[in-house]
Design a protein around this ligand. Sequence first.
Ligand code: SF4
Ligand code: SF4
Length: 188
Amino acid sequence: MIKSTDLDPDFKYEISKEPGGENIKKCFNCTGCTVGCPVTEIDKSYNPRMILRKAILGMRKEVLSDESLWLCASCYICYERCPQDVKITEVIGAIRAIAQREAKAGKIKLDNPKPLFDHLFIDSVRKNGKWYEAGVSGTFMLRTKGIGGAIGYAPMGFELWKKGKLNILPHTIKGKDELKRICKEVEK
Ligand code: SF4
Ligand code: SF4
């Protein structure tokens, strides 16, 4: 049961202040995004229209803790189909950013491993100028599946390395410092 006292009427404004979340209030709940979503087609627990509806109604905690939030594959089909130009892929990104901040502050718990992967990926790009596949994948496996799980993936990593598809050490780019500065500006 939803109690009105649990709702946060300012949540939609909070989302609209995030980069990409500006158009959330334009959604008129037509379902166009959901009927064309390839993720919804294979996993009915993911319903982008429902996420937006709940967000607009102010169900802040429920939306931010929703596991399905991390299922969006950013394919942009809904983006093209939406008659209201809600830019739903970006709105989902804006809600994810709030969820990640709340998790960092210890206010909610995120069980889905995707935010961890995103964090490791961005950190790697920030440090090297490009992503360090072996390092990011290894750390991700270790933190999500433990030492046994990480070792289980080692043979696949070895095969990739033998075929020249995986570097053991990180490669860096020229202009790393400029990139670091750009990241700093974006994160302000
Ligand atoms: S298609 Fe656009 S207007 Fe329709 S429910 Fe999805 S986001 Fe809202
Ligand atoms: S961008 Fe996300 S919500 Fe939109 S259609 Fe693709 S998977 Fe579904």
